[in-house]
Design a protein around this ligand. Structure first.
Ligand code: ADP
Length: 542
């Protein structure tokens, strides 16, 4: 009998990430863009002090271990302070997606039972329609200033005042690495969103893994532009990995328009950009209108949706930016694969782009398998297609207060992505079994749109599918069977105010019937095939 002689009980916590970043890379900075050529700067050492001050003030507000503290914020230095303060004090950071429709925002705040909500003053209008329905919220913390009367009687504290009054001597508690650190809700495929809860351990291991050279290879020399929102899967883990690598973080605030982003890249010489394809497409288009200088960028990453080949090629040819595609989901922290091409493939060749169009090559730490309709595992031959299932230390094994057995298979997470994997771990995605549309990196529930349309007086039934879109990657197409007289414009008008306006379809097709499967469900495979074959008559409303 032999035992490990290592210190295996040393906890892998966000507190140790913070400590490393503040001590070893105390001079690295988080730089927040004001959108007008100016910026605010804070060193990692200062982030550490402010995180203690914030944690101390939140303790005074009654926040205890395990309590949920939500953020409704853009990417900026205060959000980064909360990213460390909340988990390191033993509470749970719940990042709220500011693009969610009001009803979903209300649902997830109540479902997570958020005790405190930290909110940007500019985002107060998002809380106005729902504040009276938020049962668990005992206090708001306001970043900036604004009209807080919309929040009702719940006490509102100024973030700046809390930082000023909080103690910089706050002592971080010792934490179990398996304790919850942060949470993020994913869109439910059939309705309510599901809460994914990351642990300290999962966050630590994911952050380490993403720094490998075959993922991003981040170092102290990097200046990472954090385009992916901090409310989206912890901004792909960048706020944490940067404290391990010493990379400077460039925070764009609300300035996500291509021209503002490029101004920021040029001013701060960003080296690493991570964004969804829609943002990359916007930057490319901007380059057709004005001179843009991306010469500081050593690498781009793209994920969240499939990137078109033309975009990969043009970004490289015109701007010298080599984009590597990654795959992941909220449930996978998110990084599961990165499509760095194999060693022997020459850079810049058409073959290289073939490889870079894979969704990814499996990242060390994550296991993957392809499973057919009967649950039978398929070979890694690059051809056998089935549902992608994953497991690993930063893959979710359950949802918050939602057993969702349909999402798991013998301990593996069912991703809802359909694809194949080859004998070197490169995988590609050919379809999605989950019934959602991904527009500009944000989900649209087709089921929600269908239910809404089915309630319109002139509609007999409606099926909604995602169709390719140059700007948004995917947009909804509503296939509607009528029982009365109406126009696409009137249907779009009918949906106004019932879902977020950006979710309303602009593509409409009136059909005589919606194809059904043997069990009577809408057969969207057939609809997608008809669309692809040009058999659907589509009207655009905008
Ligand atoms: P994220 O924040 O990474 O967008 P989500 O959970 O919102 O995470 O979405 C995950 C889903 O996005 C995946 O299951 C897949 O359908 C899609 N996706 C992510 N990356 C890619 C990719 N590189 N290619 C194709 N689809 C992708």
């Amino acid at each position: 009998m032999i035992n490990s002689t290592m210190q295996d009980d040393f906890p892998l916590t966000i507190t140790s990430i913070l400590e490393h970043g503040t001590r070893v890379f105390g001079r690295s900075e988080v730089i927040t863009w004001n959108g007008d050529g100016t910026s605010r700067r804070e060193t990692y050492a200062e982030v550490g002090v402010n995180a203690k001050r914030l944690a101390s003030a939140l303790t005074t507000l009654g926040v205890e271990a395990g309590d949920r503290v939500a953020t409704l914020c853009w990417n900026h230095q205060e959000h980064l302070e909360a990213y460390y303060a909340v988990p390191c004090m033993g509470a749970v950071l719940h990042t709220l997606n500011l693009r969610l429709p009001a009803a979903q925002l209300e649902h997830i705040i109540n479902h997570a039972e958020d005790k405190v909500v930290i909110v940007d003053a500019s985002l107060l209008p998002l809380l106005a329609p729902i504040a009276s329905a938020l049962k668990s919220v005992e206090a708001y913390v306001l970043i900036g200033s604004g009209d807080t009367s919309v929040l009702g009687d719940v006490p509102v504290h100024s973030y700046a005042d809390l930082i000023a009054s909080g103690s910089p001597e706050f002592v971080w508690p010792e934490l179990d690495e398996r304790s919850p650190a942060s949470m993020c809700y994913t869109s439910g495929t059939t309705g309510d969103p599901k809460g994914v809860v990351y642990s300290h351990r999962s966050t630590y291991l994911h952050a380490l893994a993403t720094l490998a050279t075959n993922v991003t290879g981040g170092t102290e020399a990097d200046r990472v532009l954090v385009i992916v929102p901090m409310f989206h899967v912890n901004a792909w883990g960048i706020p944490f990995s940067s404290f391990l690598s010493g990379s400077t973080q460039l925070m764009p605030g609300p300035f996500l328009m291509p021209d503002k982003l490029v101004d920021f890249v040029e001013a701060e010489k960003a080296t690493l950009l991570s964004a969804v394809p829609t943002i990359w497409a916007g930057i490319l288009q901007l380059g057709e209108k004005r001179d843009i200088d991306l010469s500081s960028v050593r690498m781009g990453t793209s994920g969240g949706a499939a990137i078109p080949r033309s975009l990969l090629e043009a970004m490289q040819a015109r701007h010298g930016v080599r984009i590597i595609q990654g795959w992941g989901m909220t449930e996978t922290s998110p990084v599961g694969g990165m499509a760095h091409p194999p060693l022997e493939v020459e850079r810049g060749t058409p073959e290289e782009f073939d490889w870079r169009l894979k969704a990814g090559r499996l990242v060390a730490g994550v296991q993957m398998r392809i499973v057919d309709d009967e649950g039978v595992e398929q070979p890694w031959d690059g051809e056998s297609v089935g549902e992608i299932e994953v497991r690993g230390p930063w893959i979710t094994g359950a949802y918050h207060l939602d057993s969702a057995p349909e999402k798991f298979h013998d301990g593996w997470l069912r991703t809802g992505d359909i694809g194949a994997i080859d004998d070197r771990g490169y995988f590609s995605i050919s379809d999605r079994s989950k019934d959602v549309i991904k527009s500009g990196g944000e989900w649209i529930s087709s089921v929600e749109l269908e239910n809404l349309l089915a309630g319109a007086p002139s509609v007999l039934e409606a099926a909604v599918i995602g169709i390719p879109d140059e700007k948004w990657t995917e947009r909804p197409l509503a296939c509607v069977v009528l029982k009365g007289d109406t126009t696409p414009e009137q249907l779009a008008e009918y949906m106004q105010g019932k879902v977020a306006s950006w979710q309303i379809p602009e593509n409409w097709s009136f059909v005589s019937e919606v194809p059904k499967t043997s069990v009577g469900k809408f057969d969207k495979k057939v609809l997608r095939a008809r669309y692809a074959a040009g058999e659907l008559d589509v009207t655009r409303t905008r």
